[in-house]
Ligand binder design. Structure first.
Ligand SMILES: Nc1ncnc2c1ncn2[C@@H]1O[C@H](COP(=O)(O)OP(=O)(O)O)[C@@H](O)[C@H]1O
Ligand SMILES: [Mg+2]
Length: 241
């Protein structure tokens, strides 16, 4: 539902604007919103976002992907996708939103789609707040590195301030290495919710992304099982909220 220009002008205060949007749109029959956030760049946010988008679409859910990162990686992925396939997005809707415009965009999309996935820039400041607040679930990818781990706490804190559940998703895992064991131990110590399903470090994730595709659309590899397990786990988590 559109906000009138008058309401928009009168409502300089962000919280009040959000209240208007919320009251007008209501919550009945809304889809689930997943925000993917991690302060650290290169952690795998966009990779997780597009693979979940395709995974949920393949699982029969209607999906909208929203890119709030000015860098536009998810948008580039989507454009590559439709250019390569005669304009067919493969069951995924795409839009962009500014940091604070995401609130209204999401509300609109959640009325039409089962799953709305928001990809965000590598930030954890007040600009991230609307994307966290709009979410039913925040996913925080942690690549197997201490730098990623150190960046987790601030996103977890911001999500908790918005009273939104957050879950760590381990990515770029290198099973069997000392580093992987060390990171897993430290994550466990943090006491955060961690997805049982993980994405290992596999070239197929990077390779498919560059073609506007996802691993579930490529020749079957062990990555298929990883993404399918994530989709099942996250879908169940959303349904339980
Ligand atoms: N599981 C993975 N295995 C291998 N490469 C990955 C994996 N996840 C991400 N990458 C690669 O790491 C780089 C950063 O990932 P990206 O999703 O763009 O991170 P972010 O959105 O957090 O900046 C990209 O080149 C991507 O292809
Ligand atoms: Mg990205």
């Amino acid at each position: 539902m559109a906000i009138s220009p008058v309401a928009f002008c009168v409502c300089r205060d962000y919280a009040a604007l959000q209240k208007i949007v919320s009251e007008r749109c209501g919550d009945g029959g809304m889809g689930h919103v997943i925000t993917i956030a991690q302060q650290k760049g290169g952690a795998g946010k966009t990779t997780l976002a597009v693979n979940l988008a395709v995974g949920f679409a393949k699982a029969g859910r209607s999906v909208a992907l929203v890119d709030t990162d000015p860098q536009g990686s998810a948008g580039r992925w989507f454009m590559t996708r439709i250019e390569g396939d005669g304009g067919d997005p493969g069951g995924i809707d795409f839009s962009t939103a500014s940091a604070w415009g995401v609130t209204y965009e999401c509300r609109k999309l959640a009325e039409r789609f089962d799953i709305v996935i928001i990809d965000t820039p590598p930030k954890a400041d007040s600009d991230l707040r609307p994307a966290l607040r709009a979410a039913n679930l925040v996913l925080v990818p942690v690549a197997t590195s201490h730098l990623d781990l150190w960046a987790v706490e601030v996103v977890m804190y911001l999500a908790s301030r918005e009273d939104v559940p957050a879950m760590i998703v381990m990515t770029r895992g290198r099973p069997g290495t000392r580093l992987a064991a060390d990171i897993a131990e430290k994550v466990a110590e943090m006491g955060c919710d961690v997805a049982a399903a993980q994405m290992a470090n596999r070239v197929v994730y990077a390779e498919t992304l560059g073609r506007g595709r996802a691993v579930l659309e490529a020749t079957k590899t062990p990555a298929h099982g990883e993404v399918q397990a994530l989709v099942t786990e996250i879908g169940a988590k959303l349904d339980s909220l």
